[in-house]
Design a protein around this ligand. Sequence first.
Ligand code: SF4
Ligand code: SF4
Length: 281
Amino acid sequence: MAYVVEDGRILTRSLEVHVTDHCNLRCRECCTLSPFLPPRFVDPDGLRDDLALAARALRPEFLKLSGGEPLLHPRIVDCIGIAKASGLARTVSVTTNGLLLHEMPEAFWEGLDHLTLSLYPSARLAEVRLAEAEEKAVRHGVELRIKRQDEFERMTLEAPREDEGMTHQIYEECWMKRRCHMLRGGVFYVCTRPPSFDTYFGHGERFAATDGVRLHAGPGLMRELLWYLGRGEPLAACRHCWGGQGTKFAHEQAPPGTGRRSRPWPPQAPMSSACATGESC
Ligand code: SF4
Ligand code: SF4
């Protein structure tokens, strides 16, 4: 499906900024690999610059601040203010597991348009905390979306897939490449996986260098982005990814200290085009 350009900007569904990489949970097969990534906090000044560049060519419906767990960022309120002031998207949203929500000041709620609260069976929010969040959302006019994430799916291949045909098929049918666009360090990606893989696999910026588009203020940015969004070739990162077609399993926390390769997987079920339809974080 082609992207529409309106008033000089490409209309997209959403753009994510991961203000942290790390998390206070350890969900197995976390799509951002947060349980295995070192702490990282986005620099608010860098965020402002990145959003200004993005606003030259992109018009996402939602600008999502997520992670990792975004509420671990000590300047999350500043990040929300910067996101709102950028004018990039009509709706500024935070995606959180909610465990730190009760510690957020009123200014957190005042700056937000939308909050996605992901609830996991292994780390349920106390009912009183949930009621508190619902009350604050109503009081501040924040649209609250509660997602109960009882099921996860296999996301990552440790060794790159050798079957190029299968990688093409996975990329072609991947729903995330339209719904999980990401901005990081001045680079736009169709999904969140390339920069996470670079940290996870410890190879610097291999995927970041090949799998995204560096934003700039010169001419040609729109053309570069439209080409990238419509490309038929998989990303290099797709060889490590199940792209929404992985085996599903009941959500669980990985025990502390679990290494990334410590649990064997059952064989991958045959692929079908009836892949998952929702985000996993
Ligand atoms: S799925 Fe979400 S809550 Fe779970 S570890 Fe990943 S970022 Fe944290
Ligand atoms: S790496 Fe490829 S298959 Fe995985 S989410 Fe991104 S575009 Fe989809």
